[in-house]
Design a protein around this ligand. Structure first.
Ligand code: GLY
Length: 356
């Protein structure tokens, strides 16, 4: 799998135009959702090549990342003469880059795709690394493929359309990347003032984004299909995904990154117990998350459901729950197993730390 090129820019028009001029394609399609069509498409619509393209707009929201909307995209491509040499630009958050990536991977056995992420979550995670897919049968990203885009263009100006909670959600993935990389990046991430309007600190944020994306790219380059070290990117996600699903069942939906932040606390607790992750660092990151992220009210009556959800995680192997843990910042231990008792203890640790 070839290395994708991520371009971080403040001048997306110039970068895109240069890309189009150097590219060979017959027809251009731009996938948007109802939000990005209104708020983000205007930033690129004057580019001559984009003006010749056809815009596809699907309904916004992760609940529309499904087979029905995927068929809408396939139908549009088919009835508008897309060929195997066409180019599909995915302009949006993770929902659009995941679903558009999968539409591109499957239409006529694969057309070229380009991602233009418009959320922090998509910029540092979803749009980078080649995972594509849709939800199916109530399961997240159940159908999908590894299909890297030709290019990813990240322009932090799009982040000004986001509210604080969505920025925090993406920032949780940046914390994760820092935890699996090194002390220097980790310190920078924890020192960035999240209480400032994130977008007013645009320059510093774009440097942090660049580092974060580079961490992910390095890992994906080494292990594009998640046979080994790419599992490092799952830190915080085994418990995080279960909390996210529980929050939907309870009708108090959490943003993905907010659930991952809780997952990070619990899984660093497991890291402390099983891999000797330093307790001082566990306390420090727990305080940081407590200071910045919303509380999620967990009850010990939820533990059974959470455990059940974890047993269905698609990252599990051989019927056991598969964790990625750390023995220190940047020291990753993949394929870790633990007991239900210790998982419950980690959830207790979260609740006690947050005074729930
Ligand atoms: N979001 C984790 C990965 O791309 O592997």
């Amino acid at each position: 799998m070839q290395r994708q090129t991520v371009i971080i820019t403040t001048d997306i028009k110039t970068e895109l135009q240069a890309f189009f001029e150097a590219s060979d394609y017959d027809k251009l399609f731009i996938l948007t959702d109802t939000n990005t069509c209104e708020k983000c498409y205007p930033a690129i619509q004057n580019i001559p090549q984009i003006q010749k393209g056809a815009v596809i707009t699907v309904k916004a929201g992760d609940n529309h990342k499904n087979i029905e909307q995927l068929a809408v995209i396939w139908n549009f491509l088919s009835s508008n003469g897309a060929s195997r040499n066409s180019l599909l630009i995915n302009l949006g958050g993770g929902m659009i880059t995941d679903m558009g990536g999968f539409a591109g991977a499957t239409f006529k056995r694969g057309i070229k795709t380009v991602n233009i992420p418009t959320t922090l979550m998509a910029s540092v995670d979803a749009a980078v690394g080649g995972k594509t897919g849709v939800n199916f049968n109530g399961l997240k990203n159940e159908i999908g493929s590894f299909y890297p885009p030709e290019r990813v263009f990240i322009d932090c100006n799009f982040l000004s359309t986001l509210d604080k909670n969505n920025l925090l959600s993406g920032y949780a993935e940046m914390i994760k990347h820092a935890l699996i990389s090194n002390e220097k990046i980790y310190r920078e991430i924890l020192h960035f003032d999240l209480n400032e309007e994130l977008v007013t600190a645009n320059h510093q944020l774009s440097t942090l984004i660049k580092d974060s994306v580079a961490i992910k790219e390095r890992i994906v380059e080494e292990d594009p299909t998640e046979k080994g070290i790419r599992k490092a990117l799952n830190l915080g996600h085994t418990i995080g995904h279960a909390i996210e699903s529980l929050s939907f069942r309870k009708n108090t939906p959490l943003l993905h990154g907010h659930a991952v932040a809780i997952g990070l606390i619990c899984e660093l607790y497991l890291s402390y117990k099983l891999c000797r992750f330093p307790s001082k660092k566990l306390i420090r990151i727990t305080h940081y998350i407590k200071e910045h992220y919303p509380i999620f009210f967990l009850d010990c009556k939820d533990y059974g459901t959470l455990y059940e959800l974890m047993t269905h995680d698609k990252k599990n192997e051989g019927g056991t729950i598969n964790f990625t843990l750390l023995s220190d910042i940047g020291q990753v231990c993949i394929n870790q197993e633990t007991s239900e008792k210790l998982i419950v203890e980690s959830l207790d640790f979260y609740r006690e730390s947050f005074g729930i």
